[in-house]
Design a binder for this molecule. Sequence first.
Ligand code: NAD
Length: 350
Amino acid sequence: MRATADNLRRFVTSILTSGGSASPEAGLVADHLVRANLMGHDSHGVGMIPTYIRHLKAGLVVPNTRAKLVKDDGAMLMFDGGRGYGRPVAGEAMDAAITRCGETGVVAMTLANAHHIGRVGAYGELASGAGLVSLHFVNVTDHRATVAPFRGTDARFVTNPVCIAVPGTERHPPLLLDMATSAVAMGKIRVAKNEGKPAPEGALIDAKGKPTRDPNVMYSEPHGALLPFGGHKGYALAVVTELLATALTGGPSIQPGNQRMGGVVNNMFTVLVDPGRLAGVDWLRREIDGFIDYVKASPPADPKLPVLVPGEPERIAQAERARTGIEVDATTWAEILAAADSIGQARPEF
Ligand code: NAD
């Protein structure tokens, strides 16, 4: 099934509205999901809707929830997401942190207990769009563990994404590192399973701890596990990400002393920095332009695959998919239609 971004956005908005979201929230969440598809991250696109509706019915996501400010102490802002849809509550927390950073030059902002915040890069883009540098460390809990520790054989944490955004210059768009600390995001395994394709090499182990490319090991008992990216280094980053996102935020880590109800809860630790208050914007731009030009001038090993910088693959995908439409595989589309049926939302014409 191939659809335009506008058609998908309208349909997903109507599903969320049928699920009880008021119109700004439904539109914001729908746009966030469709934008992830446009940027090539189908793992965090409209294919999340069946999960969201399942959580909605189980009371594991609460529509129309506002981010609650639980602490306001100068450059420190703490929020609780109250299991609200992640995009609106994380967006509210980011907006407040960006405004505060204008006064303080640096902000540490925490958000605990949000439902799935989706593509973390969206929050980095809010910061870089305001001329700020941002760092985001996110854990995932309330869910069974899906990622095994380095040297381990079973899952003990989830895909703990990290995002770092740096503003652009007149010549270069903002840089956006936005990645799961697992070899691939869990949603990419879901997409591989739905498309009947093997998982990437080196991404999965089976329930006995042996390497496999079968995505079904993540969906049948006893479960297999994803591996961290980059061996011990990715694992080490995942460990500190879990702790920054929880120990500082008041949100739960995945340790068994915390309740898991079978939903998805994201906790996020964010640092914002105004570069104008450090070495200055002129220096930042000079160094970005000089360094990015230099790095990208490396002769490509394959002439068809030039050197890119973080955020560039997403821009390329966005330009392409805005032109050609978004492909949704048959299994994912059937699941989305079933989710719409289950809350009484009519199927679309397209
Ligand atoms: P990925 O592996 O596709 O990309 C990771 C990063 O690498 C991006 O910043 C991208 O720009 C950069 N990149 C890719 N190819 C590049 C190249 N050739 N040169 C330079 N840079 C390059 O992403 P992923 O790890 O599969 O994560 C996908 C999405 O999943 C992200 O948006 C992430 O925030 C999201 N996520 C969310 C959660 C959650 O719980 N909310 C959990 C995990 C992941």
